[in-house]
Design a protein around this ligand. Structure first.
Ligand code: ARG
Length: 563
């Protein structure tokens, strides 16, 4: 059992408070001298009309210390010093027993969470910026799943808009079919850029493009077939990258999906008196909320990006009846989402409060040596490939005999990139620097992976150890710190989901690896006379590896057994 629960239950026998409330109040003190858990008595003081210090002192006097090293009171806090042996036994046995399931909970049971992520635009390059939303969303999705929520992963593809009218015009004039089959997005981008150049000289092209988009909107067969082809070709390229990343979606309902679902939204807003005319357009005024108006229909009656998002939000509520609907989209779109959520709220959808925008920063490069096929943007595909290649070079140098080198290089290389994206709080920009990212020491993916492989090799070399496990032997500072870190996994997942911030988990995984290396550098595991100590430390290693594996898994990163 979770030790925190034991503490909470002990407190519960002495105070009149719900166990859940007690558990929430329990803190992990900042210093080991202050114990392992602390219970603040401020809240009790209000109910009991007594000074918190006094309550803490009385509680201390009343409690039996069975299962604890000692219980003390420090001012208004009741401080619990756990029995290290019992704590270690609880923690390690739980990890080993639960295995890949360790960290799971059922707090989300019966609740559905929609997580929208990735959402690239059709016929546009899938670039390094897209990995932010893809990696964050994928990780949040996995964490929600781990906590027992029903999860719906949605890729809201940018597959609609006036640019498709332009693409059709460009296609009819300049496409190179062979190039289109070989590298679809490159070719679509080429003709799209050409369209803009030509249209500057010949504005009638824009009229033609508008007409083509109108045809598409009206369901014209030829236009629709072309649109579908652009979409399929682009998706095929995106899928290749998703495969490398190991990312999946439950729904690919993109913007086009909402074409026939917008009229009712517009009608509803009109009926509720929210639509007003402004320069011919239909808008919802938001000046009371210090925001510019949300345009719902343009002057020509066409819907826009926001209209599709309004329709998408309502569709998701109706279809999935979500408890929460999360949008992982770059911070520059923060205002757009604030407007959309506000309009939903004004239309009396009380669930608008359950829609959350999760923003993130930009990707920059320390050295611009990265190959760019497409002008300024760096393709994600190229970035991943380069990372895999560089990792393979390192393996060839350090461990040329390794089996499945390519496979290992792929996992480490891709993992290193994902790790970098998830390492700092998401609103921060990242500066990409190969030396740092692929380094085996420092706070990197390869460092964590290496710690895992190192632990694995210890277990392999140990073979069968016949000693009896005795957790009271794990009494050193390094051992206890590691055990405590392992026991903290669930808390960190909960915290990461509270803040919708995978970096909390990334930092935690780094903590586990660091703590493990500190332990391993200070204590021998294999060269021990004491068989019991050896068996016990081996279990500690085993539990550590399980936690690293489960933690990386939630970040979307695979471990390797050897490297
Ligand atoms: N396709 C958009 C872009 O690349 C992102 C879509 C974000 N999601 C949404 N529901 N609007 O900018």
């Amino acid at each position: 059992m979770d030790y925190k629960k034991i503490v909470a239950e002990l407190i519960k026998t002495h105070v009149d408070m719900d166990i859940e409330v007690i558990e929430k109040l329990i803190e992990i003190p900042p210093k080991p001298e202050m114990g392992d858990y602390a219970f603040p008595c401020f809240q009790l003081s209000k109910v009991m009309r007594k000074a918190p210090n006094m309550i803490a002192e009385e509680l201390k006097g009343a409690m039996s210390i069975e299962g604890f090293e000692k219980i003390e009171n420090l001012g208004p806090y009741l401080n619990f010093f756990v029995d290290k042996g019992i704590f270690a036994k609880n923690a390690i046995e739980t990890v080993i027993k639960e295995g890949n399931n360790y960290g799971a909970s059922n707090v989300g049971e019966g609740k559905t969470v929609c997580v929208e992520y990735s959402s690239p635009n059709i016929a546009k390059p899938f670039h390094v910026g897209h990995l932010f939303t893809t990696a964050i969303g994928n990780s949040l999705y996995k964490m929600f799943q781990k906590e027992g929520y029903n999860t719906v992963g949605i890729n809201h593809l940018g597959d609609w808009g006036t640019q498709f009218g332009k693409l059709i015009s460009a296609y009819n004039r300049w496409v190179d079919e062979e190039a289109l089959e070989k590298a679809p997005i490159d070719e679509l981008l080429r003709i799209y850029v050409k369209f803009h150049k030509e249209a500057e000289k010949d504005p009638s092209l824009d009229d033609e493009a508008r007409l083509n988009f109108k045809k598409l909107e009206d369901g014209d067969e030829e236009a629709t077939a072309l649109w579908k082809r652009f979409r399929d070709l682009s998706l095929k390229e995106f899928e290749r990258v998703y495969d490398i990343l190991g990312v999946k979606f439950d729904s690919l309902a993109g913007e086009a999906f909402y074409n026939d679902k917008m009229d009712i939204v517009v009608d509803e807003l009109r009926e509720k008196g929210l639509l007003v005319e402004s320069n011919g357009a239909q808008v919802v005024m938001l000046e009371d909320y210090n925001m510019p108006p949300c345009i719902v229909l343009k002057a020509d009656g066409a819907s826009i990006y926001a209209t599709r998002d309004l329709a998408a939000a309502m569709y998701r509520k109706k279809t999935y009846d979500f408890y929460k609907s999360v949008y992982v989209v770059g911070t520059p779109q923060a205002l757009h989402f604030k407007q959309v959520f506000k309009v939903l709220e004004l239309a009396d959808h009380e669930w608008a409060k359950d829609c959350v925008h999760v923003g993130f920063g930009l990707v920059k490069f320390a050295d611009r040596k990265l190959s760019t096929r497409n002008g300024e943007v760096v393709l994600l595909d190229d970035l991943l490939r380069e990372s895999i290649e560089k990792t393979l070079e390192v393996i060839n140098e350090k461990n040329p005999e390794l089996e499945n080198k390519e496979e290992v290089a792929k996992k480490i290389g891709v993992g290193a990139v994902i790790f970098t994206y998830l390492k700092n709080s998401r609103e921060k920009d990242i500066v990409f620097d190969w030396k740092e990212i692929l380094s085996f020491d420092g706070e990197t993916g390869p460092y964590v992976q290496y710690s895992y492989a190192r632990g694995n090799s210890i277990l392999n070399r140990a073979g069968n150890c016949s000693g009896n496990v005795d957790y009271s032997k794990l009494s050193s500072k390094e051992e206890f710190e590691l055990v405590k870190t392992l026991a903290n996994f669930n808390n960190q997942i909960t915290l990461a989901l509270d803040k919708l911030e995978p970096s909390i988990l990334t930092r935690y995984v780094i903590e586990v690896a660091k703590s493990f290396n500190k332990f391993y550098n200070a204590h021998s595991v294999l060269n021990l006379e004491d068989d019991e100590l050896k068996a016990t430390r081996l279990n500690l290693v085993k539990a550590t590896l399980q936690v690293i594996k489960n933690g990386l898994e939630l970040l979307g990163i695979d471990v390797v057994e050897k490297m």
